[in-house]
Write a protein that binds this ligand. Structure first.
Ligand code: HEM
Length: 221
């Protein structure tokens, strides 16, 4: 994969363009009077933004394993942006939920917001996930990294908790057919497993053996 020392790599261009596809697609569908958007626009946009946030979050969690398993260091700068775009869609998703629940007329009332968000368990865990993503988004810059030192890494590990909460959010809202959220849950489980030190160590060993086959002969002797 091509990387550029100066300027933006083609991979990053693909990321920035790709991240806006769900948004532009929705705008296009609105413009074209697409059926799903015409019947229940708020629900459809809620689904689309929620799905985009979840997929981008999982992609951001996949960056570290992709680097450690395949040694593709060029994906590392993508992690921050994937996380930020996940947060952007999460915010948009919540904003649409607020509008859909009629919470904006005459200013958002704290009581109405509380009623809509905290009374339903699926909305509550979704909100908790968004509240975890908020400080992560705010501190995803070099200045915050320098200020927080070791705590930056500790704070950013919370992204896995946010991932788990989003899967729970999805499972609780679908009611009957939980296959789709369970597929996303399985992906998250694999990504979490790849963070376990013992798993990482065996992958590293496997990679170094593939790079240097003589090690196999020595080990096998
Ligand atoms: C801020 C609090 C949140 C609220 C109040 C909320 C609310 C909702 C609602 C009302 C739905 C549609 C339910 C339905 O009509 O059946 C939904 C779906 C969904 N939400 Fe959230 N959500 C929140 C946060 C999040 C976050 C942070 C994410 C991801 C990072 C997320 C991901 C999803 C997904 C994946 C779906 C299902 C989409 C589909 O079925 O295609 N939500 N959410």
């Amino acid at each position: 994969m091509a990387t550029r020392k100066n300027g933006i790599s083609p991979l990053m261009v693909a990321l920035h363009v790709g991240a806006f596809v769900p948004l532009l697609w929705t705008v296009w569908d609105f413009w074209q009077g697409n059926m799903a958007l015409a019947i229940n626009p708020f629900q459809e946009v809620t689904f689309r933004t929620g799905k985009a946030a979840l997929i981008l979050l999982l992609l951001s969690l996949a960056v570290t394993p992709v680097n450690s398993v395949f040694g593709w260091r060029q994906v590392i700068p993508m992690r921050k942006w994937l996380g930020l775009y996940a947060f952007m869609y999460g915010l948009l998703h919540f904003a649409i939920f607020i509008v859909d629940n009629g919470l904006v007329g005459g200013g958002i009332s704290a009581v109405a917001l509380y009623e809509a968000t905290f009374k339903k368990r699926f909305a509550l865990v979704g909100f908790a996930a968004l509240m975890i993503l908020l400080p992560l988004a705010v501190t995803s810059n070099k200045w915050a990294m320098r200020q927080l030192k070791k705590n930056w890494k500790r704070l950013h590990r919370l992204v896995y908790l946010a991932g788990v909460l989003v899967i729970v959010h999805f499972i609780w809202l679908v009611k009957s057919d939980v296959r789709e959220p369970l597929i996303y849950g399985a992906v998250l489980t694999v990504l979490l497993a790849l963070r376990v030190p013992a798993v990482r160590k065996s992958i590293r060993n496997l990679r170094s053996r593939r790079k240097n086959p003589r090690t196999i002969a020595v080990d096998g002797a």
